[in-house]
Ligand binder design. Structure first.
Ligand code: FEO
Length: 173
């Protein structure tokens, strides 16, 4: 049985993962409309992954005797100044998610809920990967600067990042 405080904190995380999915969906749509097909695909896949993060939490809460509540979501930002602006926001968002996961882990330790603590380790590892990927992308974007030809190549190459990440997921990495 989940303690009330843990139930509440996990439900808060469900909302954040659902919102993350919306944020990346909005980024995908922005990129698609701006002609960045590669970035759009990357964001569509990322949005699906966030939905999976949310579902995993919903199922865990309900299996442990808690009550997962499907939240209403606020509207995500819909326009961006540039590709750099998009990925700046993605990195900031992921850092925020990491902080929230860390707070959740701390609450579990305080409540001595080692089952939920163990469950959350998957999210801790996932955040390390997501932040690392976002930082790698930002490094590339800084190199590109205002070079449109390089941005065109980046839009093509970012699809490969998805392929690599999906292959790793399939291999259970
Ligand atoms: Fe589910 Fe990108 O954090």
């Amino acid at each position: 049985m989940l303690a009330k405080r843990i139930d509440k904190a996990l439900n808060h995380q469900i909302e954040l993962e659902a919102y993350s999915s919306q944020v990346y969906l909005a980024m995908a749509s922005w990129a698609e409309c701006e002609g960045y097909g590669g970035i759009a695909n990357f964001m569509y896949i990322h949005s699906d992954e966030e939905r999976q993060h949310m579902l995993k939490l919903i199922k865990f809460v309900n299996e442990r005797g808690g009550k997962a509540v499907i939240p209403a979501l606020k509207k995500p930002p819909v326009s961006y100044k540039s590709v750099k602006d998009v990925f700046d926001n993605l990195l900031k968002h992921e850092v925020h998610v990491t902080n929230e996961i860390n707070s959740l882990v701390e609450i579990c330790l305080k409540e001595r809920d080692y089952t939920t603590h163990n469950f959350l380790q998957w999210y801790v590892s996932e955040q390390i990967e997501e932040e690392a990927l976002a930082r790698t992308i930002m490094d590339k974007i800084r190199l590109i600067g205002t070079d449109n030809a390089a941005l065109y190549m980046f839009d093509r190459d970012i699809e490969q990042m998805n392929v690599i990440s999906a292959a790793q997921d399939n291999a259970g990495a």
